[in-house]
Design a protein around this ligand. Structure first.
Ligand code: GAR
Length: 189
């Protein structure tokens, strides 16, 4: 199963997928490429270091969102992926992209969707005062963190949690969830 992974930042979840492929934990998965929406992300840097092909479709280089979306779609299609994985990719993709990867665009989110979608899922959950939050892996559609849920797991909020401590605990679960989802998809489950 060929995947293209999209990142906007650190790519620590991506690293766990890279490691799982390298150690044979995901024997049926090949990371065809890693792409970003801006230059200088650690996600792209660590992928290049792992010998994975990388690309940047820099959002700021395009006069309008449609052109950027078109370029991103074409670039991803060029790798002939079975799935595209948004792993901390903080841009909403447009209709052309969703049409091209209909049902094969996967996103991970650090909250129990449909609660707390958006760029600050952990912060928003903490601010609301929930006692349980978690993470979600889902098939992404054209909305903000919307689409059919594939896997979800709860994480308890502690009184002393900050956004960072809670996000780190969520990510530990999120990495496992993403790897398990990829394993299922690769074996046709
Ligand atoms: C992850 O927790 C992911 O769920 C979140 O960004 C983090 C990326 O971390 N994505 C979203 O919030 C999407 N709405 P990483 O770059 O260290 O893997």
């Amino acid at each position: 199963m060929r995947i293209v992974v999209l990142v906007s930042g650190t790519g620590s979840n991506l690293q766990s997928v890279i490691d799982a492929v390298a150690t044979g934990e995901l024997p049926h998965v090949e990371i065809a490429a890693v792409g970003a929406d801006k230059h200088g992300t650690y996600g792209v840097e660590r992928s290049a270091a792992a010998g994975i092909e990388t690309f940047v479709v820099n959002f700021k280089d395009y006069a309008d969102r449609g052109q950027w979306n078109h370029e991103l779609t074409e670039k991803c299609l060029s790798y002939r992926p079975d799935y595209v994985v948004s792993s901390g990719f903080m841009r909403i993709v447009g209709e052309e992209f969703i049409d091209a990867f209909d049902g094969t665009y996967i996103n991970t989110h650090p909250a129990l969707l449909p609660s707390f979608p958006g760029a600050h899922g952990v912060r928003d959950a903490l601010a609301y005062g929930v006692k349980v939050t978690g993470c979600t892996v889902h098939i992404a559609d054209a909305g903000v963190d919307t689409g059919p849920i594939l896997r979800q797991e709860a994480v308890a909020v502690r009184d002393e949690d900050t956004e960072d401590t809670l996000h780190e605990r969520i990510k530990l679960v999120e990495r496992r969830l993403l790897i398990d989802t990829l394993a299922d998809l690769a074996t046709g489950k």
